[in-house]
Design a protein around this ligand. Structure first.
Ligand code: SAM
Ligand code: SF4
Length: 360
């Protein structure tokens, strides 16, 4: 069971008929290469769009996958073709043993000759000042830090518990430690930070950091979502173009799409010519047809899609005596992966779980 439970999800049962072996390909011929692993669904922040302030229900700690189990599951996925693992949460830096976990994961072989598993992480940055250097030494390849405002009062308001100064110090530490490419994730919210979009981009580009804007998603049955607050990606880019006197064109260097859900744009003209910016626009620029991801919650639930409640129980599989059970559960869950998410702009169609409990 997930630790933060708003309603009971549906669970895909393992199918003993499922064929084992080979790459992880779904019914739409999308191949899974990217696994997002939540290390905890606890957090030291309470971002308004991600977590309710109160009323969180946590199960027993034994429900959470042990680090040993996380390594086992990543090792298996690497054997089936996954080349990149993103550690997330909740707040992954709260997980004890994080640095040695990164070291073990980064040493895992993949199906590609001489290529080790690429381990990256998304964090709120609160604990980064002390962790950036050890994480870099352990083999973390790159880092994304969430940053919704450069205004200390606003930052405190959106995160309910965060300190802007600590996060900015964390970004600097990550940059000094060589955690590159360094990215920032900003959830763009109309009426909250829409007047700051260009300044956030300027701040990032001046530090060789890649800014990315995320459209608000209606998680948790839309309970934390206010429809009028959604800022479409096209409008986000238009505001940046206007604020920084530049044009943004699809980035051809690495293709418009990166390895994940973001589409990348390049500045042409102006003081920041050539710099890149990402937008993650689940609602207005659907990217489901190129989805290459699966997600594992801290309690070992496999989510074929962030926006759906379908799950497969990896924890029971890992704790069973049957050596093939894990693979059967994974392939059965992959078989349930839908063509597209069901998010609607009015806040309906999303999963019952909050982002914090699936692992964003
Ligand atoms: N605690 C870490 C952090 O904040 O970076 C990692 C987990 S957090 C769930 C991952 C990302 O999801 C963050 O960048 C956060 O801004 C984003 N996020 C959370 N809830 C969201 C929502 N309802 N819509 C869009 N993005 C959301
Ligand atoms: Fe915590 Fe990240 Fe969610 Fe904010 S977005 S509450 S930091 S998990």
């Amino acid at each position: 069971m997930p630790l933060v439970q708003l309603r009971r999800p549906s669970t895909a049962s393992p199918d003993s008929e499922v064929a084992l072996g080979g790459a992880l390909m779904d019914r739409q011929s999308r191949t899974v290469r990217y696994l997002r692993v939540s290390l905890t669904d606890r957090c030291n922040y309470r971002c308004t769009y991600c977590m309710p302030e109160e009323g969180l229900v946590y199960g027993p700690r034994t429900d959470v996958l042990s680090l040993e189990e996380v390594v086992r599951v990543c090792e298996a996925f690497a054997r089936w073709g996954v080349t990149r693992v993103r550690l997330t949460g909740g707040e992954p830096t709260l997980r004890r043993g994080l640095v040695s976990l990164v070291e073990r994961l980064a040493a895992l072989p993949t199906v590609e000759p001489a290529r080790r598993l690429e381990v990256v992480m998304t964090t709120n940055g609160e604990r980064l000042a002390e962790l950036a250097e050890p994480l870099a030494r352990a083999g973390l390849r790159s880092l994304t830090v969430s940053l919704d405002s450069l205004d200390p009062e606003r930052f405190g308001r959106i995160t309910r518990r965060g300190t802007l100064e600590r996060v900015l110090g964390g970004v600097e530490a990550a940059s000094r430690a060589g955690l590159w490419p360094l990215k920032i994730n900003t959830v763009a919210i109309s009426g909250f930070n829409d007047d700051e979009l260009a300044s956030l981009v300027r701040w990032a580009w001046e530090r060789d950091v890649v800014p990315r804007f995320i459209e608000l998603m209606p998680m948790a049955s839309g309970e934390l979502y206010v429809p009028g607050e959604l800022l479409p990606a096209a409008e986000i880019r238009a505001r940046v173009e206007e604020g920084l006197q530049t044009a943004l064109v699809p980035d051809e260097g690495e293709g418009v799409r990166g390895a994940g859900p973001a589409s990348y744009w390049r500045a042409v003209g102006g003081a920041f010519d050539g710099r890149r910016l990402g937008t993650i626009a689940a609602l207005t620029e659907n990217f489901c047809s190129s989805c290459n991801r699966l997600r594992i919650s801290a309690t070992g639930q496999l989510h074929a899609c962030l926006a759906r409640d379908d799950t497969g129980d990896l924890r029971s599989a890992l704790r069973s005596q049957d050596p093939d059970r894990l693979e059967r559960v994974v392939r059965a869950a992959l078989g349930t992966k839908r063509d597209a998410h069901g998010f609607n702009i009015d806040g309906t169609g999303g999963p019952t779980k909050a982002m914090v409990s699936i692992g964003g």
